[in-house]
Ligand binder design. Structure first.
Ligand code: UDP
Length: 323
């Protein structure tokens, strides 16, 4: 087993995807070093494991070098929702670029495998649909999303240059929209926004009429793909798209969440944010061929899990006080 008895570093481990990933790594009997500066990650996602013998939390900003003797690295550190990565765009670019260099330097020194959480945002507002890994993208380099899009593109460049020049054993996944329990209700992304709004009886904020499309991958499926990629051989270097094939419009998502929550609240149309991609869908044939990976959780089932999670953890917030 690839992970058993290995020391594994997860940067961004207190975040939404990181917390699901380290749980699975602990199940696989790895010893986990979770590094996070808690800028968008949550202490609650790590505090409950304080006494776990194989879990070590290190509060650290990955833009600063780090001396850890590990056997494998997952680099997930970066705010990922447009709302959070645009709060401090310079900081976001620094995290993408310096964070990548710092983990690659550890991987070079340790001669260990390193995974990069890249993103569908490297395709920008894609002119090619669906997006295959060979598509170079359509990114505005000076727009409000550029800090994340270009930061992640440079990170990919660094991964492949460290691989070519120094022989570092890399895995690069382009992760498409992912959702699940433990997203923050104020995260700003569409699934937690709509679920929180519906449960609170508020209007669902559909941007730009909602004709734009996304696909939604349940976090457990994504973690399966990440783990499979890391355990596979050099054929899985990537980049490999990891995303669900369930493309839908944002308006259809709003209507589905209204139906599943039984929300009586309506929808309000809000101006579309600048550079918001009009359509997005991964071609996942590479992931299917190389990893045998296909997402399994249907959107309705996954969204119900988020609704139940938000209801259980935030019930007081969603209970309307009668007038
Ligand atoms: N969106 C929306 N209402 C919201 C939040 C997002 O209509 O309250 C839209 C957003 O404009 C985008 C899509 O939903 O077209 C997905 O946005 P998200 O921030 O989740 O991720 P993105 O794919 O843009 O990175």
């Amino acid at each position: 087993m690839f992970y058993q008895s290995k020391s594994v570093l997860v940067t961004g481990g207190a975040g939404f995807i990181g917390s699901h990933l380290y749980e699975r790594l602990l199940d696989l009997r790895a010893s986990v070093y979770c590094v996070d500066n808690l800028s968008s990650g949550l202490r609650a996602n790590v505090d409950h494991l304080a006494s776990h013998p194989d879990f070590h939390f290190v509060e650290h900003d990955i833009t600063d070098p780090l001396a850890l003797e590990v056997d494998a690295i997952f680099n997930l550190a970066c705010p990922a929702s447009p709302k959070s990565y645009q709060l401090d765009p310079i900081g976001t670019t620094r995290t993408c670029v310096l964070g990548a260099m710092n983990v690659l330097d550890i991987a070079t020194r340790r001669n260990c495998r390193v995974f990069q959480a890249s993103t569908s945002e490297v395709y920008g507002d894609p002119a090619q649909h669906p997006q295959v890994e060979g598509y170079f993208g359509n990114v505005n380099p000076i727009g409000p999303r550029a800090c994340y899009d270009e930061g992640k593109r440079v990170a990919e460049t660094l991964f492949f240059d460290y691989h070519r020049m120094r022989g570092v054993d890399i895995r690069v996944a382009r992760i498409f929209n992912t959702y699940g329990p433990r997203m923050k209700t104020n995260d700003g992304r569409v699934v937690p926004n709509f679920v929180a709004q519906a449960l609170a009886g508020d209007l669902l904020t559909v941007y730009g009429g909602g004709a734009q499309t996304r696909l939604f991958c349940y976090v457990d499926d994504l973690v399966d793909g990440i783990l499979a990629m890391m355990a596979a051989g050099p054929e899985a270097i990537g980049p490999i798209n990891l995303g669900a094939p369930f493309e839908m419009t944002v308006l259809a998502l709003a209507e589905m969440i209204q139906r599943l929550t039984g929300a009586g609240s309506g929808i309000v149309n809000i101006l579309l944010p600048e550079d918001d991609p009009f359509q997005r869908r991964p071609d996942i044939s590479r992931a299917q061929a190389v990893l045998g990976w296909t997402p399994r959780v249907e959107p309705e089932e996954g969204i119900m899990r988020v609704i139940n999670h938000f209801s259980a953890t935030e019930s007081a917030r969603f209970t309307k006080v009668p007038a």
